[in-house]
Design a binder for this molecule. Structure first.
Ligand SMILES: *Cc1c(COP(=O)(O)O)cnc(C)c1O
Length: 415
């Protein structure tokens, strides 16, 4: 197929051959555990490749063996997802946390050090702080407003800089939308990387991907997603994904085969459905969010709006924003005057927008990070990150923008 087609033009058909499925226009759900070999010789050849006993011959496909290793729904989904980030390959998992924990387990060994950006997703933070030390992996973290020199000092202070195996970042930081410079992190990783102990850069791109940002092109080695969010996009499934160059993906996929945490055929099928509308959903969500953010920034009861579209031009942040993103996204947070009481009053009065955590879905959602998604952090760190009692986070959906604004206005009126 021509390489000139945009990913959104290929999401309906790429990688699927109707003639292999009775001519069905859509890929059916391959709800099967195992696959029949035509001959014993074919079964032998499939296993040789799957177990790495020999290299794949040119044009040789990985044969279908067993649904923990591969399945048509999974394979087509992974091929389509790779198109967005121009990745060699993708692995899809049963949750974002499964994707993230598998990557951390594969690339971190006892004695290693991981440096990560804080705040990071709560589950990731817990895994790094509480599980990794039990297998001898140390951690250090930095804040989005730390400079390159600050971060270098943090790494050196651990006394284990020669064992720095991974820099793991989440940008923009949730829930404040503070940006981290991916290229700066790439340069730092290169500075500490050696032939024996490579330092990988892993970016959680859940907040802006895959449509608005391609961290692999900015120097990331690995990109992880909670596909529960924009990729799934309908709040009806849990899934995750990893994208990277072929050699790294090979390692991720081998570990996935043995952990058995791949996504099921049914969920893969739902994700194929979701990918067809990924671009139009995300575009509409962002257009809505731009209108909502502008409206909020003029509202007398709002102190400050944290939104990528409102970063002042000419600032260093704006340069990073322009380099890393093609859109300001659909995640907005804002400070309501009056603390938790006002924030709760606002949330309780919403009629169209639902009070729930998660993000990136067709319906708009609102929540209170300090007492919900970020309640596990110690108060001092919360304060430093700007996760105050005033802060409300909204994920903007595909509804009519005027209806969303109407809802926000009527709820703010009651505050
Ligand atoms: C939701 C989320 C995760 C975890 O994904 P699950 O699909 O819930 O396991 C990881 N990172 C970010 C940024 C998220 O928003």
């Amino acid at each position: 197929m021509s390489n000139n087609f945009k990913p959104e033009s290929l999401m309906m058909t790429y990688g699927y051959k109707p003639e292999l499925s009775e001519g069905a226009i859509k890929c059916p759900i391959f709800q099967t555990s195992t696959f029949v070999f035509k001959t014993a010789e074919e079964g032998k050849a499939f296993f040789e490749v799957a177990y790495g006993l020999r290299e794949k011959e040119q044009d040789e496909q990985l044969g279908l063996i067993y649904s923990r290793i591969n399945n048509p729904n999974l394979e087509i989904l992974e091929n389509r997802l790779s198109l967005w980030d121009d990745a060699d390959d993708t692995a899809v998992f049963e949750s974002g946390m499964a994707a993230i924990s598998t990557v951390l387990l594969e690339f971190l060994k006892p004695g290693d050090l991981i440096l990560y950006s804080s705040p990071t997703y709560g589950g990731t933070d817990h895994f790094i702080q509480h599980f990794l030390p039990t297998i001898g992996v140390d951690f250090a973290f930095f804040h989005p407003d730390d400079s390159k020199e600050d971060i270098r000092e943090i790494i050196k202070k651990t006394g284990k800089s020669e064992k720095l195996a991974m820099i793991y970042i989440e940008t923009p930081a949730n829930p404040t939308n503070t940006l981290i410079d991916i290229q700066m992190c790439r340069a730092l990783a290169d500075e500490f990387s050696t032939d024996e102990n490579p330092t990988y850069l892993c970016v959680d791109n859940t907040y802006m991907g895959p449509v608005w940002s391609s961290p692999l092109k900015l120097g990331a080695d690995l990109v992880v997603y909670s596909a529960t969010k924009y990729i799934g996009g309908h709040s009806d499934l849990i899934a995750g994904a990893v994208m990277a160059k072929a050699d790294l993906m090979q390692r991720v996929k081998v570990l996935r085969t043995f952990l058995g945490n791949m996504v099921s055929p049914h969920t893969a099928w739902l994700l194929l459905r979701s990918l067809e509308t990924l671009k139009v959903r995300m575009d509409k969500q962002s257009l809505n969010a731009q209108e909502v953010a502008k409206h909020l920034s003029l509202h007398p009861k709002i102190e400050k709006v944290h939104y990528l579209g409102l970063i002042p031009e000419g600032t260093p942040e704006h340069e990073v924003y322009k380099r890393q993103y093609t859109s300001p996204g659909a995640m907005i947070s804002f400070d309501i005057k009056g603390g938790e009481k006002s924030a709760f009053k606002f949330l309780n009065q919403l009629k169209l927008i639902k009070l729930a955590v998660s993000l990136g879905s067709t319906e708009s959602l609102a929540q209170h990070p300090a007492t919900m998604t970020h309640c596990g952090l110690d108060p001092e760190q919360r304060e430093r990150m700007g996760v105050t009692e005033n802060l409300v986070r909204v994920s903007i959906g595909v509804e009519d923008a005027k209806d969303i604004i109407w809802d926000i206005d009527q709820a703010l009126e009651k505050v």
